[in-house]
Design a protein around this ligand. Structure first.
Ligand code: KPL
Length: 309
């Protein structure tokens, strides 16, 4: 996602109709090894609609970055978002904006607590993108993006949302403003809690959760349990017809492998602690039991552990 956004922001800033207020993006990379891989291409290669473009996005390691950051887009996994923000916090200024693109809701909530004085925004996206190789990204499915303010009490919240939208690749990334972005994130979180771990347990494409009777029965029961827990969260839009939403997502993405199953297949860290793990924390806070979610976590962890061993 970081490569896709960097390329689209760079392309947007170069459009003739662009007012020139936005500078092209710089990729902030973890270390010298990541920079060396970027130097082989000298930019981001983007494949979309059957064509391939090398976008000369600049890059720097975080250690060598010195320019103040006006807009910081954090495209890491949920567990890496706070450390990523901390690593560049010295480059932010009073008017900087931080845009968070994480799954779940826990990372965003934690950052909102730690950085309450910062103008924080969240993005929720359904764009399909994957890396073919380092810095070579396929924009596979044109989706939709929603952007909204995370800390509604922050003075920046009075800012014209269209100014922020116009500084982003609004058309290429199909971005719309959402005044209740946290409601949207809670709903997506509930959907991820229902789907992602089960696709790992059944080692299946999303759609198979609806065609395998045992998986469907487990999914249905889990949705009821999740709905009960979500009912205790004031910020979560009510009523949440979770099973219907989940079924709609599973039909629309029937051929896809969930992000968590892709992580497991590629032996990468997953975000399950930020999905079903966080759901368990929420249940505890509300004094609720969540035996089905606990069972899902247990089976998931056994599989993930086997994959690491
Ligand atoms: O968001 C997803 C993910 O894979 O993380 C779902 C909704 C399950 C679609 O694949």
């Amino acid at each position: 996602m970081g490569c896709l956004w960097a390329a689209r922001i760079w392309q947007n800033a170069k459009l003739p109709e662009h007012d020139g207020t936005t500078q092209a993006a710089t990729l902030l990379l973890r270390d010298e090894a990541a920079l060396a891989r970027w130097q082989r291409l000298g930019g981001v290669l983007i494949y979309s609609n059957g064509s391939e473009t090398l976008v000369p996005v600049a890059a720097s390691t975080i250690a060598h970055a010195t320019s103040p950051i006006d807009n910081l887009l954090i495209c890491t996994k949920a567990q890496d978002a706070l450390p990523a923000l901390r690593s560049v916090a010295h480059l932010l200024h009073a008017d900087s904006r931080v845009l968070l693109l994480q799954n779940g809701i826990k990372a965003q909530t934690t950052i909102a607590e730690c950085y309450s004085a910062m103008a924080l925004y969240c993005l929720s996206t359904s764009h399909g993108a994957y890396l073919r190789s380092d810095y070579s990204v396929v924009h596979a499915g044109l989706g939709q993006c929603y952007l909204g303010s995370l800390n509604l009490e922050h003075p920046s919240n009075g800012e014209d949302s269209s100014a922020l939208l116009n500084s982003l690749p609004r058309t290429a990334m199909n971005i719309a403003w959402d005044a209740d972005i946290t409601g949207r994130l809670w709903t997506k979180f509930a959907v991820n809690c229902a789907i992602n771990a089960l696709t790992v347990i059944y080692d299946c494409r999303n759609g198979e959760l609806l065609s395998r009777p045992e998986a469907t029965a487990q999914l249905r029961a889990l949705c009821v349990e999740i709905e009960g827990i979500m009912g205790t969260i004031a910020a979560c839009p009510q009523p949440l017809t979770l099973l219907e939403r989940v079924e709609t997502v599973l039909v629309a993405t029937a051929q896809n492998y969930s992000s968590t199953l892709q992580d497991v297949h590629n032996a990468r860290p997953t975000e399950i602690a930020y999905f079903n793990g966080y759901l368990r924390e929420l249940a505890r806070l509300a004094d609720l039991d969540c035996p089905l979610n606990d069972a899902v976590l247990k089976s998931f962890n056994a599989i993930a552990q086997r994959n690491i061993d």
